[in-house]
Design a protein around this ligand. Structure first.
Ligand SMILES: [Zn+2]
Length: 430
């Protein structure tokens, strides 16, 4: 079985070409006559990119299968153009041991729509007190190479130091949810003018920036790799620039979410908890700096922080609502709106921030590869001129908590291939 993608522009550059996919690989590029068994995809006017890699996804299984399962989350990922996702450890039970990470990894393989890589917890039960068995998770069938207590910050500097030191022996990366918890007690929204007007307790930018600065210093001291999750403030961009200059390439990396690129705390005036997220939506000035930093490479990549919640956890008072929003199926469109339509990134740049850099950070050898003959056919086809209207109820996730409800966004994923197999096509699975 082979697939012929006819007349796409690679990275949106140059003349349209045909791309033949067979045996899981890109087998020919140019002007190709379709083999007899080939499925022919008309890709005129479309852009072919390497499949997207999400370093930050919450799939909720095990434990909260009323919000999302590995199967429904994988479907959302495939429809969003993803060929690999990293499933965060804050499940129930927590993915802090080999049994749970192997379970997640195996369920991902059985579903087969996207490569699901479990993230292991840094500390037992995410309680920040005792290092989890990182080595056992690394040696398990899941081959964990990214560890994070995401949802919680590894706040104790000694535990963070030990985790960073230990990670070097495992060739792993520690991904930190940077939030000094003593500065965010009871926090409900970005600390600023709008939160004070609405009477919400504030989540100050310095709670993020101080942890990022501390961790960059600890990582340098340990010679370890640190990945900063969901950067949300202009000050963190300054810290990252300083730390990267100081330490040189390859040690510090950072991600930004689509929602922090597009949405701001002005959304809070609606009192709609769909806008509640951690870290919170920041100011327009922060969003502008995040976009510029992503274009420049100070922020390496886009990660969704896809966080499904059932309706009872979102459709309630702001203070009682859980933080988080869906992201997998809308990421490409939000990046198109904020980065491509604004001229900040071309499509090659999109390939860098949504596929190549995240694959490098996570050490995936078969993702984010160049579009040349002989490479694994992990691919996504994007119609850059099409647009769609987001409807939470129509997304593949079990939950519907999208902040983009009713918005018309540019850029449509029309085809996703995982090792040469079609996982999503024209908004449908398989
Ligand atoms: Zn987080």
């Amino acid at each position: 079985m082979s697939v012929l993608i006819r007349g796409a522009r690679l990275y949106g550059e140059g003349d349209p070409v045909d791309v033949l996919v067979a045996d899981g690989l890109i087998s020919a590029i140019g002007s190709v006559e379709p083999p007899e068994d080939a499925e022919v995809i008309d890709a005129a006017g479309q852009v072919l990119l390497p499949g997207f890699v999400d370093l930050h996804t919450h799939l909720r299984e095990p434990g909260r299968e009323d919000a999302e399962t590995i199967e429904t989350g994988s479907a959302a990922a495939a429809l969003g153009g993803y060929t690999a996702v990293f499933a965060m450890a804050n499940t129930d039970p927590v993915a802090d041991n080999a049994v749970v990470v192997e379970h997640v990894w195996r369920r991902g393989r059985e579903t087969g729509l996207v490569d699901v890589h479990p993230v292991g917890a840094v500390t037992v039960g995410l309680n920040g007190e005792k290092l989890a068995e990182l080595g056992t998770m690394a040696k398990s069938a899941a081959g964990v190479r990214m560890f994070s207590d995401d949802g919680h910050c590894v706040a104790d500097p000694l535990i963070m130091r030990r985790a960073l030191e230990y990670s070097t022996a495992l060739n792993a990366v520690i991904a930190q949810h940077a939030e000094e918890p003593r500065l965010t007690v009871g926090a409900q929204a970005h600390e600023g003018e709008i939160a004070s007007r609405l009477g919400y307790a504030g989540w100050p930018a310095s709670a993020e920036e101080s942890i990022v600065a501390r961790d960059c210093l600890l990582a340098q001291h340990a010679g370890a790799r640190l990945h900063v999750c969901h950067v949300s403030t202009a000050g963190t961009v300054d810290v990252l620039r300083w730390a990267k200059n100081r330490q040189g390439p390859g040690f510090i990396s950072a991600e930004v979410t689509p929602h922090h690129l597009l949405l701001t705390d002005e959304r809070l005036a609606t009192y709609d908890p769909v806008n509640k997220v951690n870290p919170p939506l920041r100011t327009g000035g922060d969003a502008a700096r995040l976009r510029a930093a992503l274009a420049e490479g100070v922020i390496d990549c886009v990660a969704t922080d896809h966080a499904p919640h059932p309706v009872q956890d979102k459709d309630c008072e702001w203070a009682a609502a859980k933080p988080g929003m869906l992201g997998l199926q809308t990421a490409l469109s939000v990046v198109t709106e904020t980065m491509v339509a604004t001229g900040l990134l071309d499509w090659r740049g999109v390939a860098r921030v949504m596929s190549e850099r995240p694959a490098e950070i996570a050490g995936l050898p078969d993702q984010g590869r160049p579009l040349v003959t002989g490479e694994p056919a992990n691919l996504v086809l994007v119609d850059p001129d099409a647009a769609w209207t987001v409807r939470g109820a129509e997304l593949a996730s079990l939950a519907a908590n999208t902040p983009y409800e009713g918005m018309r966004l540019p850029g449509v994923v029309t085809l996703t291939l995982l090792r040469g197999r079609i996982t999503a096509r024209e908004g449908k699975i398989g």
